[in-house]
Design a protein around this ligand. Sequence first.
Ligand code: GUN
Length: 280
Amino acid sequence: MPANIIDGKDIAEKILDSVKERVSKLKEKPKLALVLVGNNPASEVYVNFKEKDCLKCGCGCDRYNLPEDIDEIALLDLVTKLNNDPGVHGILVQLPLPKHINENLIMDSILPHKDVDGFTPVNLGNLVNDNNFLEPATARACIALIESVENKIEGKNAVVVGRSSIVGKPVALLLLQKNATATICHSKTKNLKEHTKNADILVVAVGKAGLIKRDMVKEGAVVIDVGISRVNGKIVGDVDFDSVKEVAGFLTPVPGGVGPMTRAMLLDNLLMAYRLKPKM
Ligand code: GUN
């Protein structure tokens, strides 16, 4: 039987509506500082979406478009200024940054309670310690999509393909917190299929178009596709959608799955950051 397609767009709209409703009751509007360095076209598209989402939810958004050749010190100075600005509740520096800038250094410079991406070492460390603060938005999106169709993650075999610090590792930690048996596969994993075929829940986040084929998926599995690639002008995921939908139980589409949910979770994180702001 063909898989049920999980409509991430629809679930995301409901979350954004709820954020908008909660924001409308606040005296001061939560404000996001969005920092884009250089002219990476994909990053520009993502940042445009994030800015639109903020405005749609009644949040403020200050956007900083910085030149590709900005030096590290100048970027650190901007983050420090935003950290010290009580009118800014969330700071997002879009990745990737140009090669001459140390991404870890920049992430580490964002105050944890303004880190709406959940990428700072403090917030990632809190995940490791089961002491969650602000969680990475894409990881939250994956869990919400899984939970929209699966009410018991506990005890399930969950396989995450991809070990990035911004998606693969945080998703695996969240699944582990929910008592799944979590396995992380990566480019050096031997016999990937042996692992994926055993997954009740499969999350794929590597950025390799169509990597996961029908014969790699367990019948009835929940499959979450985080990948985004452009092939012949078409946006596709890491999962070979047409073949996998014949075997999976539930499957997210690309586009219209994890992407819109990540954006919704970012706004929810902004609201959380607003509530976490230290009282002055
Ligand atoms: N680049 C790709 N995804 C993300 C994200 O979720 N946050 C930031 N800051 N950069 C990204």
